[in-house]
Design a protein around this ligand. Sequence first.
Ligand code: CA
Length: 232
Amino acid sequence: LENIMNILVVEDEPKIGEYLKKGLTESGYIVTLATNGIDGRFYILSHEFDLIILDIMLPGINGWQLLEEIRNINIQVPVMFLTAKDGVGDRVKGLESGADDYLSKPFAFTELLARIKNLLRRSKDNHIEEVISISDLIINIKSRTVKRSGKKLHLTPKEYLLLELLARRHGEVLPRSLIASLVWDMNFDSDTNVIDVAIRRLRAKVDDDYQIKLIHTIRGMGYKLEGAGDEE
Ligand code: CA
């Protein structure tokens, strides 16, 4: 029974709410549906959830406000924004405001499920400690400090964000376009030279002095961070 996960869905569109409730219940989750921000807040304050799927445009209080409130009182449950607002600015705003993921409507249910599993797994990992360690690289998420082989690395805020993104998804190739949208709030067609430059600077700090290189260029695809133990 320990694997049963409680999910709160805050969604005012009845069709989508019911669809989510039915689909997630059939997938083995216990689902609570709130149809406005006020009810959502009530449930969050009175129950323990493993994950919250949060619409942004909601009656009562909207998703941004609700997320801000729950982060302010230090409720660390993973939150996925689910919304029709799919502009890059909104996505970045969502992630910066403390959402853990962001999915635009319309979405494929299989993709939603995959992301839910990923978030639940990550949150389980994060429960133990709020650090990411890959080989001798240690990132402390709370204090935003980075060490390699015990030596503190001095990163700019953007370099830190870039490294944290790569580290959170280590072993995975991240396309420049994704990095651009998540770290720089730039759209797909922007000149991505800025990313290559930032990667070069980050490498100088993270990899140059060390024999084992962690940041890898995947030609024509993007970048990935991989430690010695990551290969499958
Ligand atoms: Ca809505």
